[in-house]
Ligand binder design. Structure first.
Ligand code: ATP
Length: 230
């Protein structure tokens, strides 16, 4: 479903991502973990077609990153979602449904279903008055508005309290049970351990290891493995 080959990104003279390659099968959950500045966001943005690679290719469902059909099949959750503070969750989600040409009756059902599943209360409150966790739930709902096959989530649990973190991780896990292909990034091994089929460990712009978590633990030893993942 996803094929990334020798992806590289330079900002000026600085190389943020150095030749990343990985594949993700349909229905798989693939985690990218690594410390601040490792290149996770840059990789995910190139994969989502939001950032032009300096070199290399990223394909989703056979389409080149950025292709309009690929965008239709993709849901992207940025680490910090730009939300329009004076909108309510309902008006915000309807706005994105219109952008994706989702018919009104489908959009209404989809919006209410995802907000119910995410247990979002106070749907008529302005986004500017909502907590970080509530805003993240709205952003997750937005990523699903076009019923995408592929989800790219950049640190979906970052900055959330433990309860909301568990909620988001469990919700992401449920999405994978529904057959979505998911790539998501995290600092924390705990976030990926519970739901990922395979992970890539990034450090200073490079993927230093990838595979199933058990394989990585065996290959790299617990100590080295934890240097990258805690
Ligand atoms: P974090 O966990 O902090 O979000 P990350 O793994 O997502 O980090 P990136 O945001 O991809 O890392 O950044 C990788 C490197 O590229 C960092 O050194 C960062 O400072 C640099 N970088 C990112 N965006 C830009 C930019 N627009 N211009 C210059 N350098 C950038």
């Amino acid at each position: 479903m996803i094929e990334v080959r020798d992806l590289r990104k330079e900002y000026g003279g600085f190389t943020a991502v150095e030749g990343s390659s990985f594949t993700v099968d349909s229905g798989e959950v693939f985690g990218i973990i690594g410390p601040n500045g490792a290149g996770k966001t840059t990789t995910l943005k190139m994969l989502a077609g939001l950032l032009e690679p300096t070199d290399g290719t990223a394909r989703v469902a056979g389409y080149e990153a950025g292709d309009s059909e690929m965008r239709r099949r993709l849901g992207f959750l940025p680490e910090e979602s730009p939300l329009y503070e004076e909108m309510t969750p309902l008006s915000y989600l309807q706005f994105f449904a219109d952008l994706y040409d989702v018919p009104d009756h489908v959009a209404e059902e989809r919006i209410h279903d995802t907000l119910d599943e995410l247990d979002l209360q106070h749907r008529d409150r302005q986004l500017g008055d909502m907590s970080k966790g509530m805003k993240r739930k709205v952003a997750i709902s937005r990523s699903l508005i076009n019923d995408p096959d592929v989800l790219i989530y950049d640190e979906p649990a970052s900055g959330l309290d433990p309860l909301t973190t568990n909620y988001v991780i469990d919700f992401t896990s449920d999405l994978s049970q529904d057959g979505k292909t998911i790539v998501f990034s995290a600092h924390n091994l705990y976030h990926v351990e519970s739901i990922c089929d395979r992970v890539a460990i990034m450090n200073q712009g490079e993927i230093v290891a990838q595979g199933a978590l058990d394989e990585l633990r065996e290959e790299h030893g617990t100590t080295e493995y934890h240097v990258y993942t805690t």
